[in-house]
Ligand binder design. Structure first.
Ligand code: AAT
Length: 294
């Protein structure tokens, strides 16, 4: 057997360390081997293989996805809004260059077209090569890839999309900040059809809770019905992640939820189900306080 094909024996591996913002501590993982590193015009991109987490994708040293838990994040970000819409045909994903959100969107048979607007083409190319499962649907004929700042791209549309999903980096990382402004959420509202639904990843509620609280309040200023919900995400800071759901028609994610649709769904899901959908909207007191909903 050629040396390079021999299985690497466990030992004292190299380490990857993510320092959380404000430097309270962070996350570390063993590294088996490095697969890809590059500097794009927007950020540093790294993909490595870890003995437990599988392939790990990081931007500027911040973990974006790992193979063991990306399903938790992508299913929660995508299926809550997708199941709330009675017939989502046209979907816009902003950010999400690894393809995980697009993969989940395409599990819904009503979908005719998904536009993914990712600022960094190099992220998408690297994901297609090194994250085959996460990026598995990026070549689907229903997918249109656009490489542009999502905050600019969305402005050209009025009354166009059924669902918009914001799968962005943190507001202080790369160009992520553009996807957290009041103007951006307003433009998303206008790009949605009258019964359109928006859903955004709105950060962890443990460390940088101000980011999520600000995002929630700005989305709330632009939509008649806005609710935050939570899910577990082991490799994101704090492990408890927030998402914000917004409906232009005022559809309530609990009262107007149709569990039949989830029960009849043909595609396998590993996190999201009808009980999780309802439970995710129950917020701990400290989170209610942070977002001003006590
Ligand atoms: N699904 C993977 C999770 C991510 S990736 C977020 C993506 O948003 C990145 O690929 C980044 O290049 C892209 N992005 C950043 N700014 C913009 C912009 N202005 N327009 C379009 N795309 C953008 C997010 C994980 C969250 C991490 C939590 N710690």
């Amino acid at each position: 057997m050629p040396m390079e094909e021999m299985e690497l024996k466990p030992g004292r591996h190299m380490l990857y360390m993510e320092w959380y913002s404000r430097d309270p501590g962070g996350l570390f993982m063993k590294v088996n081997r490095w697969l890809y590193s590059a500097q794009s015009p927007y950020q540093r991109i790294d993909i490595f293989e870890s003995p437990f987490y599988g392939r790990v994708f990081a931007l500027d040293g911040i973990t974006m996805t790992t193979e063991i838990d990306e399903f938790m994040y992508h299913e929660m970000l995508v299926h809550v809004p997708m199941f709330m819409h009675p017939n989502p045909k046209k979907v816009l994903v902003i950010g999400g260059g690894d393809g995980g959100s697009v993969r989940e969107v395409l599990k819904h048979p009503s979908v005719e077209k998904v536009v993914m607007c990712e600022i960094d083409e190099m992220v998408v190319r690297a994901a297609m090569e090194y994250l085959p499962y996460t990026a598995s649907k990026l070549n689907d004929p229903r997918v249109e890839l656009v490489f542009e700042d999502g905050s600019k791209f969305v402005r050209q549309f009025k009354n166009e999309f059924d669902v918009i999903i914001i799968d962005s980096t943190d507001p202080t990382a790369g160009q992520g900040g553009h996807l957290f402004t009041l103007e951006f959420y307003k433009a998303c509202n206008e790009a949605l059809k009258e019964d359109g639904i928006l859903c955004a990843q709105t950060e962890g509620m443990t460390y940088d809770w101000e980011w999520g609280s600000t995002a929630y309040k700005r989305i709330k200023a632009n939509f008649p019905l806005v609710k935050m919900y939570l899910g577990f995400m082991p490799t994101y800071p704090g492990g408890l992640w927030s998402y914000t759901y917004a409906s232009k028609a005022g559809w309530d994610p609990i009262k107007d939820f149709n569990p039949e649709k989830v029960r009849n769904f043909k595609e396998p899901l590993r996190y999201y189900n009808e009980e999780i959908h309802k439970a995710a909207f129950a917020l701990p007191n400290f989170v209610k306080k942070y977002i001003g909903e006590e």
